[in-house]
Ligand binder design. Structure first.
Ligand code: FE2
Length: 248
């Protein structure tokens, strides 16, 4: 077994719309572990417009750190071979690089990669200019659930140019099995076929309907696109991100 690496997960409790309490977080960690995940990065939402002051941001940061410590104590006891990391799913804003540099939000672990999301109806221009701005400022963007943005899904050449410019693509595990027909299914099929997807992650929000399990999506990718690629996007590349290695 390769040991899945989950780079997008809302299991940290009472910090966003993910795990509602400590027990839910523990159930999510139990599920992730039993399903084969050995590296998991918590990525609570970070939306700068939700804060009224800098103080509020830093209070939230302390809250994250405290709850992360509780999660680490739990896995250290129960699953000593499981590694946890702290990140954020950052809703893009003009000063996202400054927010990262001033520790208002987290990169993925100690890397220089950050999980970035956009509004689903963002224009191609908004997405491209944001990606380029981040790259210019030393932030390597892993775009969260790439299948969610209409400007990307409808224009594969735009998706390709984003990749060529240095963006990385993350797909949600649920989307791998959920979309069978239509635009998103076609986009995903082509993206996997052309090896454009870098990471599949759970984006889990609970222990039931949106859980942190990757094995089903892994089996689907394995069957359709082969073991080398499946291992690459469920293990090798996400692990390389956490190690801050260059991804090609
Ligand atoms: Fe998310």
């Amino acid at each position: 077994m390769i040991g899945f690496v989950d780079l997008h997960c809302h299991a940290l409790f009472r910090v966003d719309d993910g795990a509602k309490d400590e027990n839910t977080m523990k159930s999510m960690l139990d599920l992730a572990y039993s399903d084969g995940t050995r590296y998991l990065c918590f990525t609570p939402h970070f939306k700068i417009f939700e804060f009224d002051s800098e103080d509020e941001v830093y209070v939230q940061m302390q809250r994250l750190n405290h709850r992360f410590k509780i999660a680490c104590e739990y896995t250290h006891e129960k699953y000593p071979d499981m590694c946890l990391f702290l990140g954020n799913e950052i809703m893009y804003h003009l000063d996202a690089d400054v927010s990262l540099a001033t520790n208002k939000c987290h990169y993925l672990g100690d890397s220089s990669y950050a999980l970035i999301e956009f509004e689903p109806d963002s224009s191609a221009y908004e997405i491209e200019s944001s990606v380029l701005r981040l790259l210019r400022r030393g932030v390597r963007p892993l775009i969260a659930h790439i299948e969610r943005y209409s400007a990307i899904v409808k224009d594969f050449s735009f998706a390709k140019s984003l990749k060529d410019n240095g963006a990385l693509f993350q797909v949600n595990a649920r989307s791998v099995t959920k979309f069978k027909f239509g635009k998103i299914a076609n986009f995903l099929k082509l993206s996997f076929k052309k090896r454009m997807v870098d990471v599949v992650a759970s984006d889990a929000h609970n222990a039931t309907s949106f859980s942190p399990q990757l094995s089903k999506a892994y089996s689907t990718v394995l069957k359709k696109y082969g073991q080398d690629y499946a291992d690459s996007i469920f293990h090798e590349k996400p692990l390389a991100i956490l190690k801050n290695e260059q991804i090609f």
